[in-house]
Design a protein around this ligand. Structure first.
Ligand SMILES: Cc1cc2nc3c(=O)[nH]c(=O)nc-3n(C[C@H](O)[C@H](O)[C@H](O)COP(=O)(O)OP(=O)(O)OC[C@H]3O[C@@H](n4cnc5c(N)ncnc54)[C@H](O)[C@@H]3O)c2cc1C
Length: 374
């Protein structure tokens, strides 16, 4: 059991804050989610929707394990959300490819998958497939593709429906989700608890808080003594007109969304807080897609956008409880779609201090203090 039923305020109503809120409201807490405004940078509204294990944590075993557990928990989680919110997330976990046009990049990635295999043993499997073998199974794949890797555990969901389903589920279970409730300052009280200042001049008290504000978290994290400072990493995406037929495969850069359009993505750029799309990157995405699947050359792109990933200094999740201000926790990660089932279960138990909660020490922010000192 945790520390008893309490009033918990979650700052940030993206996929991370809402997943944690769902877990805490299910544990019986009175949960309020304070979410910012539509003008905020919101990774949860611009992502690629992958539920992806391949390549994750090859050099950090705890992350590898965490992602493996999350991917395994997805089918049950999607069913739960469908029951609670009446929303089908269009989860498809029938395996995913990484396609390569450069043999050296394929070899590097295959080596990373071997390291991942060493961490996970028989809880992971992957294949490396040469270009010609690939084309024997999928004749539509272009001649520039030198090979691919495949993991049968990978999949994808509709990420906007995930966000909506989480919000509906939290509310259905009695949680409150307040929009346009941007927290501008946090003052820890002398005897525990917190005073939150809101944009527009209001204030509200909070017994316990979980900071999940994505790229809005650094200033507030500093006020609570957390040392983690996340940074933005821009990804750009294209989406095509809807196709009449289904693509026979999913890849980390090309996926057909359940409504029929083909989404193309996977770029990474350090561009500061700028989430605009750029012609050069969009052209590169289109070129990549046509190399992999030449038939896409005849398909129209109907929309493009940029969105900012929320990246910790080493790219892995941060799950931290404040020792200075008991009752304050910080949760931030990339791959918040993939990790959502665990954020709504074991992470919520860990924040709650439940006796059956798993050890998440590897994800504490003290790893940054150690590396700063080194
Ligand atoms: C291009 C791209 C592709 C991606 N692809 C994938 C993928 O395929 N699979 C996957 O698992 N992950 C993917 N991700 C990552 C995933 O989208 C993020 O990990 C996840 O959305 C992060 O959610 P979040 O809730 O932490 O942040 P956000 O979605 O940014 O939400 C933060 C929320 O906090 C609110 N907020 C900010 N400041 C305040 C404040 N002061 N007070 C109150 N509220 C505040 C904001 O309004 C916002 O609603 C991708 C991300 C990007 C950008």
């Amino acid at each position: 059991m945790g520390a008893g039923i309490s009033e918990i305020t979650i700052i940030g109503g993206g996929v991370v804050g809402l997943s944690v809120a769902l877990g805490l409201v299910r544990a019986g807490h009175r949960v309020t989610v304070l979410d910012g405004s539509d003008s905020d940078l919101r990774a949860s509204q611009g992502n690629f929707g992958l539920v992806w294990l391949q390549g994750k944590g090859a050099d950090f075993a705890p992350y590898c394990e965490l992602t493996r557990k999350a991917v395994a928990a997805w089918p049950g989680f999607a069913r739960d959300l469908a029951d609670l919110a009446g929303i089908d997330l269009a989860l498809d976990q029938s395996g995913g490819f990484e396609f390569f046009t450069d043999p050296a990049e394929l070899a590097n990635f295959a080596a990373a998958l071997d390291r991942q295999q060493a961490h996970l043993g028989n809880r992971f499997s992957h294949e490396v497939i040469g270009g010609d073998d690939l084309r024997r199974s999928y004749p539509m794949i272009g001649p520039d593709v030198v090979g691919a890797t495949f993991c049968a555990l990978d999949g994808h969901v509709n990420p906007l429906r995930l966000l909506r389903a989480l919000r509906c589920a939290v509310v259905a279970l009695g949680g409150r989700v307040l929009a346009d409730a941007q927290v501008t300052g946090i003052v820890p009280g002398p005897d525990g608890g917190f005073d939150l200042a809101l944009r527009g001049g209001g204030t509200r008290g909070a017994e316990r808080i979980v900071l999940c504000a994505g790229l809005g978290s650094p200033a507030l994290a500093a006020q609570l003594g957390f040392i983690t400072r996340v940074r933005p990493q821009r990804g750009e995406l294209l989406i095509t007109e809807k196709l009449a037929h289904r693509l026979p495969f999913l890849s980390s850069t090309i996926r057909q969304v359940d409504e029929g359009g083909v989404q193309i993505g996977g770029t990474k750029a350090d561009a500061g807080p700028d989430d605009s799309e750029t012609l050069e990157v969009m052209a590169g995405l289109a070129r990549h897609a046509v190399q992999v699947l030449p038939a896409l050359a005849d398909v129209r792109v109907v929309r493009a956008w940029g969105a900012l990933r929320v990246m910790s200094p080493d790219g892995y999740p941060v799950y931290a409880r404040s020792s200075r201000h008991p009752g304050a926790s910080l949760v931030t990660c990339h791959s918040g779609v993939t990790l959502a089932p665990l954020h709504a279960s074991i992470l919520a138990e860990w924040i709650d201090g439940a006796s059956n909660a798993p050890e998440l020490e590897a994800f504490d922010e003290n790893r940054f203090a150690l590396s700063d000192a080194a």
